[in-house]
Design a protein around this ligand. Structure first.
Ligand code: SAM
Length: 345
């Protein structure tokens, strides 16, 4: 099985999905799907800022966990150009062994930690959403210091809309999190306004500025920020809602697998014409018919095109291990979603 489909049994992102009551067989698929969605967001934000992931010489994924996102970043970058860092030594070891990336074991506080670099791009999905304000500040300074002068730091936070209760002020910290082992005083749940993040960047990172502030751009959930050089043009209101894609059914007829479903852009509702399929992470040539009428979708998605239906098939014979099927939908805006299924045969 390709390494990018291995999940570490202690991965807290997977264990968290289990606590939300997801059935065991769905955990793998949801883990991969959400990891891909974060990757697709990063790819697109970087592209809209005029850069390309493929051309990044040195990427640091900080607070990488066990590599839910990194495995997809490796679609664009060789492992030799990627460093991961997490406070869990096991998580770092897993990724260096499985993916061949460089690894740095982190600490609760940034003093004295060597993050390598300088890096062209640092990604940090869902750490700042857990830090009390003093650590929020010190990790912001630390990560920016590991960037090249023209480098980019992309991080996510919980916006006030995610706060349970009345949100007063600019920053709220609750000592509670999904982690089974980290101290809730230093890794809890944090909520911050966009205006406050803007002020912190201005105050703490001279020579840099926020070049992107995107509300709920991480899976429609966390806010996304990018710190970049002061000279860079800024993006504020990009709609990064990823396409919706769904497989209604799948059958095997001899060596042929047929499946059908629907896919549309959440930005403009138009049907998605570009579908790609993967079996065990290897792309399989697809025969696809798109544009099938799906008026039933309007009951759930009033913006969706009525022609969002598709039928597709591929030849299974040559795909030996035949475990995981993934379907990727790409819309006219370059936004991509990938869903995963265990093959039923
Ligand atoms: C919500 S998880 C996100 C993991 C990963 N970015 C993802 O999206 O799958 C947050 C991660 O931050 C890590 N973490 C917490 N404190 C840290 C620190 N001081 N330095 C580095 N990583 C830390 C945790 O171990 C955990 O893996």
């Amino acid at each position: 099985m390709p390494k990018s489909l291995v999940i570490h049994p202690e991965d807290e992102m997977r264990l968290h999905l289990r606590t939300l009551g997801r059935p065991e067989e769905a955990l793998f698929c949801e883990y991969m799907q959400t990891g891909f969605a974060v990757y697709a967001m990063i790819h697109e934000v970087v592209r809209r800022l005029g850069r390309q992931l493929e051309q990044v010489d040195s990427l640091l994924d900080f607070a990488s966990g066990y590599g839910r996102v990194v495995r997809f970043l490796l679609d664009d970058l060789p492992a030799t150009r990627v460093t991961v860092s997490d406070i869990y030594a096991d998580a770092v070891r897993f990724q260096t062994e499985e993916f061949g990336v460089h690894g740095v074991v982190s600490k609760a506080e940034p003093d004295g930690l060597d993050l390598g670099g300088p890096h062209d791009l640092i990604t940090c999905n869902s750490l700042f959403s857990h830090l009390p304000e003093p650590l929020f500040r010190s990790w912001l300074i630390k990560l920016a210091a590991a960037l090249r002068d023209d480098g980019l730091l992309l991080f996510t936070t919980h916006g006030p809309h995610l706060f349970d209760g009345h949100f007063a002020g600019d920053f709220a910290f609750v000592p509670s999190s999904e982690s089974r082992s980290l101290d809730v005083q230093t890794y809890g749940s944090a909520y911050v306004t966009m205006a406050h993040v803007e002020r912190l960047v201005q105050e703490l990172l001279p020579g840099r500025k926020l070049v992107a502030s995107l509300a709920r751009a991480a899976n429609g959930h966390q806010d996304v920020y990018v710190v970049g050089p002061a000279s860079m043009a800024t993006i504020t209101d990009a709609d990064l809602s990823l396409p919706r894609v769904f497989v209604d059914g799948m059958v095997q007829q001899g060596d042929l697998v047929k499946f059908w479903g629907w896919a549309f852009s959440q930005v403009d509702g138009r049907a998605v014409r570009r579908l790609r399929a993967f079996v065990d992470h290897q792309e399989v040539p697809l025969a696809t018919i798109t544009g099938a009428e799906r008026p039933d979708l309007l009951d759930h998605f009033p913006n969706a095109s009525q022609q969002a239906g598709f039928e597709a098939s591929f030849d299974l014979a040559q795909w030996m291990s035949r475990r995981v099927f993934a379907l990727q939908a790409e819309d006219d805006h370059g936004l991509r979603a990938r869903i995963f299924h265990h093959l039923p045969f």
